[in-house]
Design a binder for this molecule. Structure first.
Ligand code: FES
Length: 75
């Protein structure tokens, strides 16, 4: 099984590397043109959503530092 790595960039996008299947709300896949690395917008400013177009620069602040989530609640 291959691994997909998602990097939360400080003040910017989510960088996704590896085997990627990106689909819309209906499950229709985006044609990534053979790319194995994409950047997905998380600031909401891109004019090419869901992809990052660089619009976040100077307009989005988030210091990306990993932390632990609390344990998942049992059903
Ligand atoms: S994260 Fe880059 S345009 Fe939104």
């Amino acid at each position: 099984m291959s691994t997909t790595k998602i990097t939360v960039n400080t003040n910017g996008s989510l960088k996704i590397e590896g085997e990627i299947e990106l689909v819309d709300k209906k499950g229709t896949p985006y044609n990534l043109g053979g790319r194995e690395v994409i950047s997905v917008c998380r600031c909401g400013l891109s004019k090419n959503k869901p992809f990052c177009d660089g619009s976040h620069k100077g307009h989005f602040e988030h210091d990306a530092i990993a932390f632990d989530l609390p344990p998942k609640k049992q059903a």
